[in-house]
Design a protein around this ligand. Structure first.
Ligand SMILES: Nc1ncnc2c1ncn2[C@@H]1O[C@H](COP(=O)(O)OP(=O)(O)OP(=O)(O)O)[C@@H](O)[C@H]1O
Ligand SMILES: O=c1[nH]c(=O)c2[nH+]cn([C@@H]3O[C@H](COP(=O)(O)O)[C@@H](O)[C@H]3O)c2[nH]1
Ligand SMILES: NC(=O)CC[C@H](N)C(=O)O
Ligand SMILES: [Mg+2]
Length: 513
C-alpha cells in the first residue's frame, strides 16, 4: 500500500491546492471528509495528517470537527489556519474571535526553526486569511513563529509531532510555502518521495476498472485537452468498452468538427460518433440572453443528446465519462457554508440535470490543468493536443454576448479564426493561456471606402495564467495586435471595430459570460 498523507477537508477552497502541493513533492495524498474515523485512516496506512483551512469558527455550533482520536493515531499532524485552530480547540488551548483580522500579505518571523522551517530564512512573506485566533496555547506546544497580529502564527509540539500554522503555506503568495509543506512530509512524517505521474496513471486505471467493471462508458469528447486525456486514460483502462461522442452544438470554432473527426476517428483507434445537434441547440437558445440560463440550457441539451445518441447506437452505457478538472469543480459547486463559491455554472458539473440516469466517471476531477497535461504527455498524446488552449464546453455560446444568432456566430467564428492564425504564426499561441475573440452586440459607426458603416465590435481576450484561477491580460506586441485588428476589420464582414480586453482575473473572469 502507498504511504498516504491524509488531508482532512474542512471546506476550504484551498484543500485541493494543499493536495497538489503534496503531489509536487512526489508524495501520495488523499482528501478525506473531515469526520473520517481515525480507524479508517489507520487502515489506509496514513503516515501523516493535514487539517485544512475552513470558513467556519471552531467554537460555533455547526463547525465541522474531526474525530478526536486522530490525535491518538501516533502520526504527525499539521494544522493549517482553521486546522491550527482545531488543534487549539481539541488539545486544551483556546480560540477566539479577533478584532485584528489578518487578510492578505504578512510577515512571519521564525523564532525556532525546528523541523518545519528547517533550511528556511528567518523572515518569510506569508499569506493570511483568518478572523479567529489562538488565544491560549494548548499544553505541550510552544510558539515558534510570529506575525504582525499573531504571536502564535506557527506553533509546535515536536514531541508528539504536532505542528500548526495560522497562515497558508499552500498558496503561491507564501514565500517558500512548498518547502514548509515538504519539510512536514519528508522531515516530520518521513514520507517516501516516490509518487509520480506514472503512479497516478496506474492508480486511476485500477480505479476506473473497479468502478466500471464490464460496463460501458460514454465519453463526451470535445477535442480539448481534458477530454482527450480522459479518453486516453479510459481507453487504457477499459479499451473497447469506451465509446466517444463528439457533439456539434453549433457553438464550435471554425473547422473544429473536421479537426476532431480527423484526429480521433482516423489517427487514434477510438470508437468516435459525431453527432450534429446544432439545430436543436440553436433553437433552444433562441432569444435567451441571460448567461446562466444559456449555460444551463446548453448543459441540459448536451446530456439529452448523449442519452439520445445512446439509444440510437443501441448500446447500454451506465457511465458518462467527462474530463472535469478541479477548477471546474471549485467554481461550480457551493461548498458547505461557503456562499461565495458559486461563480459560474460550468456546464459539465453544475449544469447536469438531476434526472440524468448515467453515473459519472471523472478520472481527472482532482487535478489541475498542468498536471493533466503531464498525464497526457505520459500517455503519449501528441504535443498539439496536450498543449491546446482550453475551450469552454458552452463554447461560442458564452462568447456571443446576449442572445445568439447564426449570423453573430458566423462573425465571431471568422474573427476568432484570424486571431488564432496570427497567434499560431507568431508562436505566441503556445505561450499564453488562452487567446480568443468575443462578439459584442454593440453597433458603432465606421468608415469604409468613404462610406459610413454601422457594425459590430469584436473584443480580443488574451490572457496568461497557470491554472485559470487567476489570470492577467497578456502583453502582446503592438505590431501583432495591429495586424490582427486590421485583418479582422478587412476580412470579417459586419465588424468595424476591434477592442482589447485589459482586465485581470479577479475581478473579471476569463470568459465574458
Ligand atoms: N462538443 C462536445 N462534445 C462532447 N463533449 C463535450 C463537448 N464539449 C465539452 N464536452 C465535455 O465537457 C467536458 C468539459 O469541457 P472542457 O472544455 O472543460 O474540457 P475539454 O474540452 O476536454 O478540455 P479543454 O479545457 O482543454 O477545452 C469535456 O471534458 C467533455 O467531456
Ligand atoms: O469546461 C468549461 N465549461 C464552462 O462552462 C466554462 N466556463 C469557463 N471555462 C474555462 O474555465 C477557465 C476559467 O474561466 P472563467 O475565468 O471565465 O471562469 C477558462 O479557461 C475558461 O475558458 C469553462 N470550461
Ligand atoms: N482560512 C481559514 O481557515 C479561516 C479559519 C477561520 N474561519 C477564521 O476565520 O479564522
Ligand atoms: Mg473544451
Amino acid at each position: 500500500m502507498a504511504q498516504t498523507i491524509a488531508v482532512l477537508d474542512f471546506g476550504s477552497q484551498l484543500t485541493q491546492v494543499i493536495a497538489r502541493r503534496i503531489r509536487e513533492s512526489q508524495v501520495y495524498s488523499k482528501i478525506y471528509h473531515f469526520g473520517t474515523p481515525a480507524a479508517k485512516l489507520r487502515e489506509d496506512g496514513v503516515v501523516g495528517v493535514i487539517l485544512s483551512g475552513g470558513p467556519q469558527s471552531v467554537y460555533s455550533k455547526s463547525a465541522p470537527h474531526p474525530d478526536a482520536e486522530i490525535f491518538q493515531l501516533g502520526v504527525p499532524v499539521l494544522g493549517i489556519c482553521y486546522g491550527v485552530q482545531l488543534m487549539g480547540h481539541f488539545l486544551g488551548g483556546r480560540v477566539e474571535h479577533s478584532k485584528a483580522r489578518e487578510y492578505g500579505h504578512g510577515h512571519l518571523t521564525i523564532k525556532k526553526p525546528g523541523k518545519l522551517f528547517q533550511g528556511l530564512p528567518k523572515k518569510l512573506r506569508i499569506w493570511n486569511s483568518h478572523g479567529d485566533k489562538l488565544a491560549k496555547l494548548p499544553p505541550g506546544f510552544v510558539a515558534v513563529g510570529t506575525s504582525e497580529n499573531s504571536p502564535y502564527s506557527a506553533i509546535e509540539d515536536a514531541k508528539r509531532g504536532f505542528y500548526g500554522i495560522q497562515f497558508h503555506p499552500e498558496v503561491f503568495h507564501t514565500e517558500r510555502g512548498v518547502d514548509i509543506i515538504r519539510n512536514f512530509l519528508v522531515g516530520v512524517c518521513r514520507a517516501k518521495q516516490d509518487w509520480t505521474t506514472k503512479d497516478f496513471i496506474a492508480h486511476s486505471v485500477a480505479d476506473i476498472r473497479a468502478k466500471v467493471g464490464k460496463g460501458r462508458v460514454l465519453l463526451g469528447l470535445s477535442g480539448g485537452v481534458d477530454s482527450s486525456v480522459a479518453a486516453a486514460l479510459l481507453h487504457k483502462a477499459i479499451g473497447s468498452q469506451l465509446t466517444c461522442v463528439f457533439v456539434d452544438n453549433g457553438l464550435l470554432r471554425k473547422g473544429e468538427r473536421d479537426y476532431v473527426r480527423e484526429l480521433y476517428g482516423k489517427h487514434f483507434n477510438i470508437d468516435l460518433r459525431v453527432v450534429d445537434a446544432s439545430a436543436l441547440f440553436l433553437k433552444r437558445l433562441k432569444g435567451v440572453s441571460d448567461p446562466e440560463t444559456k449555460r444551463k440550457i446548453i448543459g441540459r441539451t448536451f446530456v439529452e443528446v448523449f442519452e439520445r445518441t445512446l439509444k440510437k447506437i443501441g448500446r447500454t452505457a451506465e457511465f458518462l465519462g467527462q474530463g472535469t478538472l478541479y477548477p471546474d469543480v471549485i467554481e461550480s459547486v457551493s461548498i458547505q457554508g461557503n456562499p461565495a463559491s458559486l461563480i459560474k455554472t460550468h456546464h459539465n458539473v453544475g449544469g447536469l440535470p438531476e434526472r440524468m440516469k448515467l453515473k459519472l466517471v471523472e478520472p481527472l476531477r482532482e487535478l489541475f490543468k498542468d498536471e493533466v497535461r503531464r498525464v497526457g504527455e505520459a500517455l503519449g498524446l501528441p504535443r498539439e493536443v496536450v498543449w491546446r488552449q482550453p475551450f469552454p464546453g458552452p463554447g461560442l455560446g458564452v462568447r456571443v454576448m446576449g442572445d445568439i444568432t447564426k449570423d453573430k456566430l458566423e462573425i465571431l467564428r471568422n474573427a476568432d479564426a484570424v486571431l488564432q492564425e496570427e497567434m499560431m504564426k507568431s508562436g505566441l499561441y503556445w505561450k499564453v493561456w488562452q487567446s480568443f475573440a468575443v462578439f459584442l452586440p454593440v453597433k458603432t459607426v465606421g468608415v469604409f471606402g468613404d462610406e459610413r458603416t454601422y457594425d459590430y465590435v469584436i473584443a480580443l481576450r488574451i490572457v496568461e495564467s497557470t491554472d485559470a484561477m487567476t489570470a492577467d491580460w497578456a502583453k502582446i506586441p503592438h505590431d501583432l495586435l495591429q495586424k490582427i485588428s486590421s485583418r479582422i476589420t478587412n476580412e470579417v464582414r459586419g465588424v468595424s471595430r476591434v477592442v482589447l480586453d485589459i482586465s485581470s482575473k479577479p475581478p473579471a473572469t476569463i470568459e465574458w459570460e
